[in-house]
Design a protein around this ligand. Structure first.
Ligand code: ATR
Length: 273
């Protein structure tokens, strides 16, 4: 029976056991998926002990994603550029790593707003770990002007340098002007997680009428930015789908079945948000 895990510190907040549990049930797969809290001090030993404990693989979440990238030698291009690993599996005795967040971001938009791929200019708010996955997706999708606006402009500059000549760094002051050129607006910051607008709200009215607005935050589902987009009649996509889609490649690797992201799964997770 294949066994998989999610590890983090803490890990109790993770939705992954619920998500993979749903698919295990739905597809009647004889397998297990468990949450294992592992402290930063113990993480390396945990990784090296996976083979002996008979795991097929698992997910790695905060705060271990970057350390996993440093330890695991075999990883995919997304993990290399993002600098973090969130999914691992064994090929023979070799532990391989991937970052599936970028895949999750793209697959969610492919599902909900497929014309996003026609865009050439995007505005990304935020320059943290999550922003890296988004930028990777945008480059892969063919965007050729990716504006990164961040409260701390230095962090935006570091990302722009990392991802190359299609990326441009800005402070948040530049947002109103950048909005007028953006075909896609992505919020990657925790702004609005509490549902509190405060300094978090931007006037989105400069966005072109065909612009798509998406947020990678999914608690609340309707973030202030998405709410404002809807008020303006713009197409908006919430961040829950990214969480669901990023889990697909891992499930397939560990359990041998490519699972589908369905409304049944979405409702199952929505029930606990
Ligand atoms: P993650 O890995 O989830 O992206 P992170 O690396 O902590 O998390 O990044 C959080 C992002 O939210 C950053 O872009 C951060 O801006 P700074 O780089 O200036 O810290 C942004 N952020 C968080 N709180 C914010 C706030 N109150 N106003 C503006 N930006 C905020």
């Amino acid at each position: 029976m294949p066994k998989a895990f999610v590890t983090g510190w803490p890990v109790s907040h993770s939705k992954s056991p619920l998500l993979h549990g749903y698919w295990l049930d739905h597809y009647k797969v004889d397998g297990s998926y468990e949450a294992i809290p592992v402290s930063p001090d113990d993480f390396k030993n945990f990784l090296f002990g996976l083979k002996d404990r008979d795991f097929a693989g698992g997910n790695i979440t905060i705060p271990h994603k970057e350390i996993a990238f440093e330890i695991i030698e075999e990883c995919d291009e997304a993990a290399e550029l993002i600098g973090a690993i969130n999914t691992v599996w064994f090929e023979g005795d070799c532990l391989r790593g991937a970052n599936t967040d970028a895949y999750g971001f793209s697959a969610n938009l492919d599902d909900q707003a497929p014309r996003w791929r026609q865009g050439k200019t995007a505005l990304v708010i935020g320059a943290g770990g999550a922003s890296r996955a988004v930028i990777f997706s945008l480059i892969e999708a063919g965007f050729n002007q990716i504006h990164i606006a961040n409260r701390t402009v230095e962090r935006a500059k570091v990302l722009a340098a990392r991802f190359g000549s299609k990326c441009f760094a800005h402070s948040l002051d530049a947002v109103p002007e950048l909005l007028s050129e953006a075909q896609l607006l992505v919020n990657t910051t925790s702004l609005g997680m509490t549902g509190d607008k405060g300094e978090t709200s931007f006037d989105l009215s400069p966005l072109p009428s065909g612009a798509i607005v998406t947020d990678i935050v999914y608690t609340p589902l309707q973030t202030p930015i998405l709410e404002e987009a809807s008020n303006l009649g713009l197409e908006s996509v919430d961040g829950l789908g990214m969480l669901l889609h990023q889990a697909v490649p891992g499930f397939e690797k560990w359990f041998g079945k490519r699972p589908a992201v369905t409304s049944g799964l979405r409702n199952h997770i929505l029930d606990v948000l």
